[in-house]
Ligand binder design. Structure first.
Ligand SMILES: Nc1ncnc2c1ncn2[C@@H]1O[C@H](COP(=O)(O)OP(=O)(O)OP(=O)(O)O)[C@@H](O)[C@H]1O
Ligand SMILES: [Mg+2]
Length: 294
């Protein structure tokens, strides 16, 4: 069901990495679930033809009349293909295999890379957060997802060699920022599947964080087999077992994100005319330009 217009625009966060298996879908589903638990109106957009985020929310893909593909290609509106979930504050735009054909279908459209952005624009004022799960590549769909986002969040498995590919991702993001999306920023690197006693992880974390001093959160996600199992139940772990360490980590991360965005919002509110602030300088909120401006 569509939510009423809020009069403000959702923060659009794209969870992206061209590497496979870094925790993009697990993060998308659990962050979206946690945002909904905190009663933030949230839209999860599954932008991967594999549709793992769709399955992760327990949605049976076969019988769906419409998916993201149909919204992208104009057969249905985004409202038509949006589904409710077991959480009152969480909706999802599902995906399945036909999404693979979208690049070909949109090939001759001059604005194809910003098509998804326009599709999301139609409902952006109805949500507090839009989370986009992207595929493990830097193809048309990933570019569309990056071009739609205000913030990129890059999950990385906590181990050596994790940095491989990061430069390429950042270069593409920089190009998309220049061409299509000047507001794009890097929210940060999210370390996933962290095992406490791996030396590689510590070295790598230090190395990466030297380059990303502007991360908008501190949290990391531990390795937790419960996160692996939770997709079998068709529920984010934050819904299935809130006491599991993986769920706890995603809840803490989500709280950090909410605080970051709410502080930003209050910092950019114009002062009320009847009570001008004594000190009108904004609160101490980092104007994160991330690695994109480097
Ligand atoms: N913190 C974690 N602890 C243990 N297992 C995890 C954790 N996070 C994710 N996994 C598991 O690792 C696998 C890959 O995770 P996920 O599907 O989220 O990655 P992905 O980046 O979306 O993958 P793809 O690139 O294929 O889309 C899944 O089986 C998932 O259940
Ligand atoms: Mg995935």
């Amino acid at each position: 069901m569509p939510y009423p217009n809020k009069g403000t625009m959702a923060h659009v966060i794209c969870i992206v990495s061209q590497k496979g298996g870094t925790g993009k879908t697990t993060s998308s589903v659990n962050i979206a679930g946690a945002l909904a638990l905190f009663e933030k109106r949230t839209l999860l957009i599954d932008c991967d033809p594999l549709g793992n985020a769709t399955t992760g929310l327990g949605i049976e893909k076969d019988g769906l009349p419409g998916t993201l593909f149909h919204a992208l290609t104009g057969r249905f509106t985004i409202q038509d293909v949006t589904l409710t979930t077991q959480l009152e504050f969480l909706n999802i735009v599902p995906a399945r295999f036909e999404l693979l054909e979208s690049e070909q279908k949109l090939m001759f459209l001059p604005n194809r890379n910003t098509r998804l952005r326009s599709v999301i624009g139609a409902v952006r004022s109805q949500y507090d957060y839009v989370i986009i799960d992207s595929p493990p590549s830097l193809n048309f769909l990933a570019i569309s997802a990056i071009a739609s986002a205000d913030w990129l969040l890059v999950p990385m498995q906590c181990q050596l060699f994790t940095l491989e590919g990061l430069g390429q991702l950042l270069a593409i993001a920089r190009e998309i920022k220049t061409r299509h999306n000047p507001d794009l920023r890097i929210g940060g690197i999210l370390f996933t599947m962290c095992e406490k006693h791996r030396n590689g992880a510590a070295v790598c974390t230090g190395k990466v964080l030297d380059n990303f001093t502007d991360n908008i959160f501190q949290s990391t996600i531990p390795w937790d087999r419960r996160l692996r199992e939770s997709s079998d139940y068709g529920k984010p772990l934050v819904l299935h077992d809130i006491t599991a360490k993986g769920a706890d980590a995603y809840l803490k991360l989500t709280l950090e994100l909410i605080r970051f965005f709410e502080n930003r919002e209050s910092a950019i509110q114009p002062p009320k005319p009847e009570a001008p602030p004594v000190n009108s300088s904004p609160k101490n909120v980092s104007e994160n330009t991330g690695a994109l401006s480097a």
